[in-house]
Design a binder for this molecule. Structure first.
Ligand code: GDP
Ligand code: MG
Length: 167
């Protein structure tokens, strides 16, 4: 889809918090219109006059370890199929997690096809800003990483500036 952003990542990194920040009140309307299932949510947002659709893919990664890998593949496939830009979110508070590595391994295959942005969330302090660098080890994304706080909104402007350059 044109001008579509998908947010992927393991549970609890803050995908839905960012989604809600980006789309505000415009989520329910989209969901009702498109009759979507619980495994994803669509919303509508804008930044500096450019309009975009956001997909929160969170619902896929659930259950025991066995279904995690399958869930990751489904979530990534959906994001790659439907979005023009993919945000891969990790959590600086939790640090580098084995599931982040699994996501990176799946996403890496699509790096030539779609721009993938590595978004380090929960960067709420200077200390956490410094800690964010550990995620470079994932070796995924455009080369930069984007430290943000979905809760306060800090860093999200820089991220959106970069993302909408593709639209
Ligand atoms: P999801 O499972 O990836 O969709 O994650 P959620 O959006 O549900 O967030 C998981 C938890 O992280 C919630 O308790 C959020 O309040 C918290 N959270 C999300 N963003 C931030 C942030 O920027 N800073 C902090 N400190 N907590 C956050
Ligand atoms: Mg969620």
């Amino acid at each position: 889809m044109q001008n579509t952003i998908a947010i992927v990542g393991r549970p609890n990194v803050g995908k839905s918090t960012l989604f809600n920040r980006l789309v505000g009140e415009r989520k329910a309307i989209m969901d009702n219109q498109s009759g979507v299932t619980r495994d994803r949510h669509y919303g509508y947002g804008d930044w500096t006059g450019k309009y975009f659709t956001v997909i929160d893919t969170g619902g896929y990664v659930v259950g025991s370890d066995d279904v995690f890998e399958e869930g990751i593949r489904k979530q990534v496939k959906l994001a790659i199929d439907e979005a023009q830009v993919v945000l891969f979110m990790v959590d600086v508070d939790a640090g580098l997690h084995p599931l982040d590595e699994e996501f990176a391994n799946v996403l890496r295959r699509y790096q030539d096809k779609k721009p993938i942005y590595l978004v380090v969330n929960k960067v709420d302090s200077t200390q956490r800003f410094q800690a964010a660098g550990e995620f470079y080890a994932l070796g995924i994304g455009t080369g930069d990483l984007f430290p943000i706080s979905s809760q306060s909104g800090s860093g999200t402007g820089e991220l959106l500036d970069a993302v909408i350059s593709h639209f």
